[in-house]
Design a protein around this ligand. Structure first.
Ligand code: ZN
Ligand code: ZN
Length: 297
């Protein structure tokens, strides 16, 4: 098993000091759950280097409240230094911990070339591709009443359609390696009448671009109360031969490797016995339930 989606600090904290000890503790907890390799994947938007990417990005969202909220979100989050983060991850790897160096990257619509150019200057092993917002709407931010209120004024099917289009656009840019929490739009538990079209298109977006898909336990901790992706989407991905990672999306130590055994059982149930790991952004197969031997050094 892998845990290929880990954050080093919770959203409410900002500008925290990073320590090798914390990564060692993550690895220890992961190993105890049968996870043999982890990817550190902090959000790109936590780093000051992302500020230029987002400047004016939400200017054409029609809602002043959402635009204001997104500006405040950036002000809160973009506080740390990407170089220091990457250096810490490299130091963890060099110390022998079973770590790969990653990042969770969002869909900066129309600006993924800039994102790719920025990230190409760093020795990443794996880049997660995520959609957390449509325009300036953070549809999955279940703790934020402004954003959750949108669910009662928007058409649910249209929201799923907007989300799916963003996934397709992000995948087509080829910027990232793994589609993180592929059906995140369900986080707040608003379900479309006919999800099959969205499932088909999300699965095709991964299959047609060679991206792997993440199977994540984080959905169990959200109102949707199920893993990402939903079982019918997982089946569609597996049927198309898409590779998989497993992930907790932990933001604190107690969440590392959360429900790994349940993720393994799900993958076995759809006939998957290999996962996809990455070194220097090159994929490699690892057994679902056995040791990988760790990342190459
Ligand atoms: Zn995410
Ligand atoms: Zn995440």
């Amino acid at each position: 098993m892998l845990d290929y989606h880990l954050h080093l600090w919770p959203h409410e904290q900002r500008d925290v000091a990073l320590h090798l000890d914390q990564i060692a503790q993550y690895c220890e907890r992961a190993a105890a759950a049968g996870v043999v390799e982890v990817a550190l994947t902090e959000h790109l938007f936590r780093f000051t280097q992302s500020e230029a990417l987002v400047d004016g990005l939400f200017a054409d969202d029609p809602s002043p409240a959402l635009r204001r909220s997104m500006a405040a979100y950036w002000e809160h989050h973009a506080r740390s230094d990407l170089d220091a983060y990457v250096e810490l991850a490299l130091a963890a790897k060099a110390s022998g911990l079973p770590v790969v160096v990653g990042l969770e990257v969002d869909h900066y619509r129309g600006r993924m070339d800039q994102v790719g150019a920025l990230l190409s200057g760093y020795p990443f092993d794996v880049l997660l591709g995520s959609v957390h917002w449509v325009g300036a709407w953070r549809f999955d931010d279940v703790a934020d009443p402004t954003h959750m209120a949108e669910w009662s004024v928007r058409d649910v099917d249209a929201a799923w359609g907007d989300y799916t289009l963003a996934i397709e656009e992000l995948a087509a840019t080829g910027t990232c390696d793994v589609l993180a929490h592929p059906d995140l739009v369900k986080a707040a538990a608003h379900w479309p009448a006919q999800p099959a079209e969205w499932w088909d298109r999300i699965a095709e977006a991964a299959a047609s671009t060679g991206m792997a898909a993440e199977v994540s336990s984080a959905g169990w901790r959200k109102p949707c109360a199920e893993q990402y992706p939903a079982r019918p989407l997982l089946e569609r991905l597996a049927a198309r031969g898409v590779g998989f990672t497993t992930a907790s999306d932990a933001h604190r130590l107690e969440q590392v490797a959360d429900r790994s055994a349940d993720l393994r059982a799900l993958l076995q149930a759809v006939g998957v016995d290999q996962l996809r790991a990455y070194s220097a952004r090159v994929p490699r197969s690892v057994p679902l339930g056995a040791a990988t031997g760790g990342p190459e050094r």
